[in-house]
Design a protein around this ligand. Structure first.
Ligand code: FES
Length: 115
């Protein structure tokens, strides 16, 4: 571990229900932040990069973890369901959208209300 490693985040939910999923620098470097622990992924909205979007990353079809493709959609590695940035289904077999999670930026933290 390098000496410039930032302090680990406390992902425990705060009193307001939001949990820290990562830092803004991480979001901007990778274009997304995913947390298996929170079953959440936060991205910058491709249509409006000033806005961030959060989804529950468990595929409604059979519960695999979807992955952000870095550009425009979430893809499920198990049966290739695809979802738009707002979680809506674009390609099945999933018939159910990814649940949207509240997400926001506070200081250098990216916060999500995982449920
Ligand atoms: S579990 Fe995601 S498409 Fe089947």
């Amino acid at each position: 571990m390098g000496s410039d490693t930032p302090e680990p985040l406390d992902a425990a939910p705060r009193a307001d229900g939001f949990s820290a999923i990562g830092r803004v620098a991480e979001l901007d470097a990778a274009g997304f932040i995913a947390s298996k622990e929170l079953s959440a992924t936060v991205i910058r909205d491709p249509a409006n990069p000033d806005t961030i979007l959060g989804v529950n990353s468990l595929c409604p079809h059979q519960g695999c973890t979807v992955e952000w493709d870095g550009e425009s959609e979430f893809i499920c590695p198990c049966h290739d369901s695809k979802f738009a940035p707002d979680g809506s289904v674009t390609v099945g077999p999933s018939e159910t959208p990814l649940p949207v999670l509240e997400a926001k930026i506070e200081d250098d933290l990216v916060l999500v209300k995982a449920s």
